[in-house]
Ligand binder design. Structure first.
Ligand SMILES: [Zn+2]
Ligand SMILES: [Zn+2]
Length: 239
């Protein structure tokens, strides 16, 4: 895949602002407004980046006129159609998510901001969209664009349903290419054995160790003081 253009950096900058605003939405009444504006802006740019990586002139609205740096660029609908025509189209659900976000963004941009409980849900769906779009179209994971691991975890917890988080965690764990097993803390099949034992659902390193009796990989807090797993410890007590 082609390397990022300057559009990408601009998109990431807006996304960073958007995530920060979204995470403080309970502390400030207008935080979600800024989240809608900046997340929408970042998505428009990410779509353009997707076009630009196919060919740089594809971001411009009129391809039959002489193109300069100031030529008008495509909006959301044109970008969606172009991606579709290029065989890189989005699903109906993804398009619906983006249109819903745009309705709210337009109301703020051109009219006024009405606080509404479901603004946060719509922005959450936009993050869910990016979780799929970024790796599929721009060869990057959302995780890599968020500065702090804690912030990424907070974002997933706030923005996604339990099912969606599990989906994302399973995908991220499998993407590492290492063996994945059930995590003793959360019970999900998202613990990666490569290097550190990292659970992509807990989004944390898990303290694992081998039982001295049977060599089974165990959660350290469940190992006895003699270094044995529960069943080895029970057997030991019998002899
Ligand atoms: Zn876990
Ligand atoms: Zn054992």
């Amino acid at each position: 895949m082609d390397s990022p253009t300057p559009i990408f950096e601009n998109a990431v900058d807006s996304l960073t602002q958007g995530i920060a605003s979204y995470l403080i939405r309970d502390e400030s009444e207008t935080a979600i407004k800024h989240a809608i504006l900046t997340v929408y802006h970042s998505i428009e740019l990410f779509l353009k980046e997707g076009l630009a990586r196919i060919h740089p002139i594809l971001i411009y609205r009129n391809l039959d006129k002489r193109i300069t740096d100031d030529s008008p660029t495509v909006g959301l609908e044109e970008a969606l159609i172009r991606l579709d025509n290029l065989g890189r189209g989005l699903s109906a659900a993804e398009v619906a998510t983006l249109r819903e976000l745009r309705i709210r963004r337009n109301r703020i941009e051109h009219h006024r901001f009405d606080p509404a409980k479901d603004h946060a849900v719509v922005v959450g769906q936009a993050f869910h969209f990016l979780l799929g779009f970024l790796p599929a179209h721009l060869d990057v994971e959302l995780r890599a664009l968020v500065d702090e691991e804690d912030q990424y975890r907070d974002l997933l917890e706030a923005a996604l349903s339990f099912e969606q988080r599990r989906e994302v965690a399973e995908r991220e764990a499998t993407a590492t290419g290492s063996l994945v097993i059930g995590c003793p803390v959360c019970g999900e099949n998202t613990l990666c054995l490569e290097g550190l034992y990292h659970c992509y659902f807990c989004n944390d390193d898990i303290d694992m160790t081998e039982c001295d009796g049977c060599d089974t990989l165990c959660y350290r807090p469940e190992i006895s003081r003699r270094g044995l797993c529960e069943s080895c410890a029970a057997k030991n007590a019998l002899t």
